[in-house]
Design a protein around this ligand. Structure first.
Ligand SMILES: *[C@@H]1O[C@H](CO)[C@@H](O)[C@H](O)[C@H]1NC(C)=O
Ligand SMILES: CC(=O)N[C@H]1CO[C@H](CO)[C@@H](O)[C@@H]1O
Length: 428
């Protein structure tokens, strides 16, 4: 081998290593190969498991209430959860009756809402809450429902094979209306559309204009795994749905749907931001929080992307009510998995655990800087024993006067595989 060619090869190898190392290193970091579970120390009385909150994927705050949608049952979650590619028992899934819970932010007591007009199978996932502009104190609740496809249920009952490529789930969105403080939510209609294939979360801009993430393109198989692991697999999208009719007889009637954004990897959770046009989008398996705007044509336009060191899930925005000259704790709250690489295995095991990391991402104010700098801090970690998996995370501020002048908040974390949602007091 001639000398120049050796030099060339060495240079090429060095170039390749320098180029791929950061990419590989980042990937190893996100999926948790480079870290071990950790458990934040919490004073006694500063953490509580909220009773009757089994497998609640998402959690939102509205006024003095938290809303969450829960599976309520181990057998159904571990035999049917399309977002994790679990399609084991569609017959059992057709009997699933997940529910919407409200939790008061003072005592953290959970109450299941009685769902009026609704007795269908309900496999819960992301939710959204928005005020009904026509009645003070009333809200619309949007909830993803991963119902099994009736033909799949039949094929399993009759032991006839499902045709190749036929969908196993018929995921849709349920819309309910609830008057704050009451014990009921009245079902209004379902929303089903061919563009809504793998719905994960919902963002309501208005009660009649909502955005829905399709977290994957593939529902199963090898390409699904590629989508999970490779951030270049940007095949997911966000759909905008315009609701023109509230009468509920046909889930496909009275709506229009269109693609509002493509090109993000595994876009997953959606959350609000400081302004009405702000949409926070979590690219779960990439660990990226995208901040987007709603454009004049109701599309979404990403204006900034923030990179975290773990997978992340549904973003929420915490607005610090106790802002002072020196301290503003406002920012985005995100729960993620410490060792996401293990999820494919642990999520099929009823007694396993998933360790969690919760982030608070705050803008750093710096004079003369054109772009925002973000401070990303870990506000809570658990090895999976107090909270198993984290998908919803939000902060409920506490008056510093009650905490000896310290800025603290109740951090509420929900997990799609956790036997309960927790509330834990954290320093901000
Ligand atoms: C399920 O998880 C438990 C607890 O981590 C573990 O002991 C057990 O071996 C796991 N089962 C399987 C089949 O992996
Ligand atoms: C612009 C557009 O496609 N509008 C359609 C929305 O949906 C209704 C029925 O649900 C149609 O009649 C409109 O043409």
């Amino acid at each position: 081998m001639s000398a120049p060619s050796t030099i060339l090869k060495t240079a090429a190898a060095a170039f390749l290593a320098a180029y791929t190392f950061p990419v590989v290193h980042h990937w190893l970091t996100i999926f948790g190969f480079l870290r071990n579970p950790n458990s934040s120390h919490v004073e006694e009385g500063s953490i509580l498991k909220i009773e009757d909150t089994v497998h609640c994927e998402d959690v939102h705050q509205y006024s003095d209430w938290l809303f969450t949608a829960c599976e309520d049952s181990f057998p159904t979650r571990f035999s049917w959860f399309p977002p994790l590619g679990i399609f084991k028992d569609p017959v059992l899934a057709s009997q699933a009756r997940g529910s919407i819970h409200v939790i008061d932010t003072k005592g953290f007591k959970s109450k299941r809402l009685v769902l009026q007009n609704f007795d269908s199978s309900f496999t819960t996932h992301g939710i959204e809450i928005i005020a009904d502009p026509k009645q003070n104190g009333a809200v619309y609740i949007f909830a993803v429902n991963h119902a099994p496809h009736p033909e799949y249920v039949l094929s399993v009952k009759d032991q006839t094979p499902l045709p190749d490529g036929a969908p196993k789930a018929r995921s849709q969105i349920e819309v309910f209306r609830h008057v704050l403080g009451s014990s009921t939510a009245k079902w209004i209609r379902s929303i089903r559309h061919p563009l809504i294939r793998t719905p994960n979360d919902i963002f309501a801009h208005t009660p009649t204009s909502i955005y829905v993430t399709n977290d994957h393109y593939y529902t199963e198989g090898h390409l699904r795994q590629v989508e999970d692991m490779i951030s270049l697999a940007k095949w997911s999208n966000i759909i905008r749905v315009q609701i023109d009719d509230w009468s509920g007889s046909d889930p496909q009637a009275g709506i229009n749907a269109s693609i509002a954004l493509t090109g993000l990897h595994n876009n997953n959770g959606l959350g609000h931001g400081p302004s009405h046009e702000d949409v926070a989008i979590g690219s779960a398996a990439s660990g990226v929080l995208h901040l987007a705007d709603i454009t004049d044509t109701q599309q979404l336009k990403v204006k900034e992307s923030i990179y975290l060191d773990s997978t992340i899930d549904n973003p929420s925005y915490f607005k610090d009510e106790y802002v002072t000259e020196e301290s503003d704790a406002s920012g985005y709250v995100l729960g993620g998995l410490t060792k996401a690489a293990e999820l494919a295995k642990t999520s099929r095991n009823e007694t396993a655990t998933e360790a969690v990391i919760v982030w608070l991402v705050q803008p750093v104010k710096e004079e003369g800087r054109a772009t925002t700098k973000w401070n990303k801090k870990i506000i809570f970690e658990d090895d999976g024993s107090r909270i198993r998996s984290s998908s919803g995370a939000l902060l409920v501020g506490i008056d510093p006067a009650l905490e000896g002048g310290k800025k603290r908040a109740w951090l509420v974390v929900s997990g799609f595989l956790s036997s309960s949602t927790i509330a834990v007091k954290v320093d901000l």
